[in-house]
Design a protein around this ligand. Structure first.
Ligand code: F6R
Length: 262
């Protein structure tokens, strides 16, 4: 696991660089996209690179991590609509090639199985962007999630519903109680994982991710078993890491061979 401590815009640019490099080497790459506030800087940087003619998404495809259950098709917080606003409206990624979970599906197990198969059919995810919840969730794998979980329905914790009330005009009662989410094993199958976290609110989750034992109670710790994870955090999110570790991470990044990339 590589931990890079930088200003949020620098972290976003590093993630965007990695995605641009991937797309230029492999134009039909499969991207794993997160919603929420953490990846917004990456999407803005990607849109800027696209406008500058440095990258095209025309042959790429993508998979979203999760979706709320029960939001109307035109609800602004439905993740299918969120990713349109945040990314698809600004680059040439074909919406037909962006796979999402249907939170209104009648047959939920069937919908989750269809989604898992679509990832396999696409050849797997090349690079997966992740945020992290204050309770340590990745996608919506809440504490207690099986480390071997696959795409399924989950109940959101009270903490996540409180945290996400800001997207629902501050009204927690409007935040859905359930979601469909890629499982931890689904996410772990991605070839490269880039997790972004900003602010003090994320510092406890980042501490567990980097220093804690692997535990279903802090689901992001499953990433310790992944061979290629990049964690891009700001000073505040890194605020609970051991000082000597922080120094080590800084020295490692400063002395990293240029050819190595993320
Ligand atoms: C969203 C997702 C979630 C968020 C997490 C952090 O698709 O999968 O895991 O990444 O809740 O949310 P933000 O980035 O809004 O702090």
């Amino acid at each position: 696991m590589e931990v890079i401590i930088q200003e949020p815009h620098e972290g976003a640019n590093l993630a965007a660089d990695a995605i641009v490099e991937l797309l230029n080497a492999k134009p039909d790459a499969v991207l794993g996209l997160a919603t929420g506030s953490s990846p917004l800087g990456v999407y803005q940087a990607l849109a800027a690179r696209y406008r500058a003619g440095e990258v095209s998404f025309a042959r790429a495809s993508a998979f979203l991590l999760d979706e709320y259950v029960g939001l109307d098709a035109d609800h602004p917080q439905r993740y299918r609509n969120v990713i349109h606003r945040d990314l698809l409206d600004h680059v040439d990624l074909d919406p037909a090639r962006v796979h999402t979970l249907d939170g209104l599906a009648e047959d939920i197990p069937g919908e989750c199985a269809r989604f898992e198969q679509a990832i396999v059919d696409a050849g797997g995810v090349d690079v997966q962007l992740l945020g992290i919840g204050t309770d340590g969730h990745i996608a919506f794998n809440e504490p207690g999630s099986s480390l071997a979980s696959r795409t399924r329905i989950k109940t959101l914790t009270a903490q996540t519903r409180r945290d996400n009330a800001r997207f629902f005009a501050g009204d927690e009662s409007q935040v859905p109680t359930h979601c469909l989410t890629q499982g931890l094993a689904t996410i772990m199958a991605a070839r490269h994982i880039i997790l972004l976290a900003q602010s003090r609110a994320k510092s406890e989750a980042i501490y567990h991710l980097v220093e804690g034992p692997v535990s279903a109670m802090w689901p992001a710790t499953a990433l310790q078993h992944h061979p290629h994870v990049t964690v891009l955090v700001d000073e505040e999110a890194a605020g609970r890491l051991q000082l000597q570790l922080v120094e080590y991470f800084r020295r490692s990044y400063d002395t990293k061979p240029a050819w190595q990339g993320l």
